[in-house]
Design a protein around this ligand. Structure first.
Ligand SMILES: [Zn+2]
Length: 563
């Protein structure tokens, strides 16, 4: 692959403009505290790359969030999981800023969304205000930080997207001051024999390689003896100043004898491709050890657009008697670099570690649809559910079936259908499809019940069974008692929980009028804010109805007084 002179010039221009492509200093920070990150853009997460940066909020909630520029609110979304309370603001320069895991919105936006919540009688809502309907000025308070949705602690998740393509871009490309003087950390190096005949250090399967730190701070791997087509993988993270968090690195570049074989970075990616992260990482290794190795070579079924340069898909053809100097450069966006040199000697050795051929009765051809009857359940994999062909491990059972394990990633949903006809009709109502974890604890898989078949669609391989939930949810007041005067209270809160299938719906009324209960599933808490002013009577009858995922329902009533 020879580049023309125009190609080289184009590439140089492209590379130079990578920093200049994005407006510098136009956007102000969304918080008025020093920006310390708990997560970076492109960081490797479960089934996705992190689409923004996570700004630490000093273990607190309620910090004011500022509009980074003039703009208009284009989307408000409130969900139990995911981004929790999230706000999207479009700016005239073609970018949209996103703020997530919020505790609440600024007054005008809060009033706007509450009206919709009361109209729809739902805490979870999504609204798309008209352009210009909810304008915000640069530096105005548009929200307060929180911990809502799938957030493991108080922080602000912040994104900058293209308003047109909706592609998220690395927020650190816009000139934000985030201190980082620390080089990326290299935890592990792995060699992959890729061709049939390939061997790395007498191993025909992936093998960990040793390296040592050199006086100049770079790393040198022990000499690798190899032959055939091989590849390398690294396990690394980036630590920033003032925080211990293990963040993602910005770019990885692999050269062989000075020639660039692989270069990828996290300038941008699309939500459509983010799940292909499972082809960048060694998914089998991740399933076993929960550690993410990034491959420096590109699999044929990897459709990620993060690659800036590729030669031979990053794979190295090692010939007997030749020597190679492989260099891997890991960088953060601040320009700190960690260099690793791997000397490779072309040497044919008899593999002591053989390839494991875990064959089973059933071979999946990924490009074709596959159907299996497992006794208690039937499983249907549409074409291209999987990335690659493999021997699938299936176990039939009377009521439990095993559909391989978490060492293989599914890209698309597949269907599992149980036949509930052996159970009496009354019992069937309380049955649901459950996925059993390693310790055989059941978790609810969204179960569609029709025509005598219970069906779920999932991308998780593993053990599935029909479980029965016969216990209704519990509802317990947290901050009040029956017949209490609550005049000085600003909110009502109750704990709701369900033992097995989980909570499906919750609904509360005061003197018969629907009230907004904000549900925080992480703490099993629903909260009503008295500022909503739904009743003005002194005697208040509260009714809360909670239903689980199979329809078991509980009702809680209580009387309290207010002046
Ligand atoms: Zn985040």
């Amino acid at each position: 692959m020879r580049r023309t002179i125009f190609g080289v010039i184009f590439l140089m221009v492209f590379k130079l403009s990578a920093q200049e492509k994005y407006p510098q200093g136009v956007f102000q920070p969304p918080l008025d505290i020093p920006l310390v990150l708990a997560g970076t853009f492109g960081e490797l997460r479960s089934n996705h790359f992190h689409a923004g940066m996570d700004i630490k909020t000093q273990q607190r909630e309620g910090l004011p969030v500022y509009a980074i520029a003039d703009g208009t609110v284009t989307r408000i979304k409130i969900s139990h999981w995911g981004y929790g309370k999230a706000l999207y603001v479009a700016h005239p320069n073609g970018y949209t800023s996103v703020y997530a895991h919020l505790r609440k919105f600024g007054p005008e936006i809060e009033e706007y969304i509450k009206k919709i919540q009361y109209t729809k009688q739902s805490y979870e809502v999504e609204a798309f205000p008209d352009y210009g309907e909810l304008k915000v000025a640069k530096g105005s308070v548009i929200a307060y930080t929180g911990n809502s949705g799938s957030s493991a602690g108080p922080h602000l998740h912040f994104e900058i997207r293209s308003s047109v393509t909706e592609k998220p871009t690395n927020p650190l490309l816009y000139g934000y001051d985030v201190r980082d003087a620390t080089n990326p950390t290299l935890l592990g190096l792995y060699g992959y024999p890729l061709s049939e005949d390939a061997v790395v250090n007498q191993s025909a399967k992936m093998i960990q390689l040793n390296f040592t730190r050199q006086p100049d701070g770079s790393f040198l791997a022990d000499k690798v003896n190899a032959v055939g087509t091989i590849g390398f993988g690294i396990n690394s993270f980036d630590r920033l100043d003032m925080a211990a968090n293990k963040n993602g690195v910005y770019s990885v570049k692999q050269t062989v004898n000075g020639r660039v074989y692989t270069e990828f970075d996290f300038e941008t990616f699309s939500f459509g491709e983010t799940r292909y992260i499972n082809t960048l990482i060694d998914y089998g290794y991740f399933g076993k050890y929960r550690e993410r190795i990034q491959k420096c070579f590109k699999e044929p079924y990897n459709y990620l657009g993060i690659y800036k340069e590729l030669y031979n898909n990053g794979k190295i053809d090692v010939e007997e008697g030749m020597s190679y100097s492989v260099e891997i450069l890991i960088s953060d966006i601040a320009g700190n670099e960690t260099k690793l040199v791997i000397p490779v000697e072309g040497k044919r050795e008899i593999p002591k570690i053989k390839k494991e051929e875990a064959t089973t009765e059933n071979f999946i051809i990924a490009s074709k649809p596959n159907n299996f009857d497992l006794g208690a359940a039937k499983v249907y994999f549409p074409a291209n559910t999987f990335y690659d062909d493999f021997y699938i491990n299936l176990k039939k059972g009377k009521d439990t079936v095993t559909i391989h394990d978490n060492s293989v990633a599914a890209h698309r949903n597949f269907t599992i259908s149980f036949d509930p006809s052996q159970y009496p009709l009354e019992e069937r109502k309380q049955l649901f499809i459950a996925r059993l974890d390693d310790r055989l604890r059941p978790s609810y898989a969204t179960t569609y019940k029709r025509d005598g078949a219970f069906t779920t669609r999932t991308r998780n391989l593993g053990v599935y069974t029909l479980a029965r939930d016969s216990v209704a949810p519990t509802i317990t007041p947290k901050n009040f008692k029956e017949k209490q005067w609550l005049s000085n209270y600003s909110y009502l809160s109750l704990e709701i929980s369900d033992d097995l299938s989980g909570i499906d719906t919750y609904r509360a009324t005061l003197n018969g009028k629907w009230i907004l209960m904000e549900y925080e599933p992480k703490t099993n808490t629903i909260t009503y804010n008295f500022d909503d002013n739904i009743v003005d009577e002194a005697q208040c009858e509260l009714e809360v109805i909670v239903t689980d995922n199979v329809g078991n329902s509980s009702t809680f009533t209580s009387t309290f007084f207010r002046k």
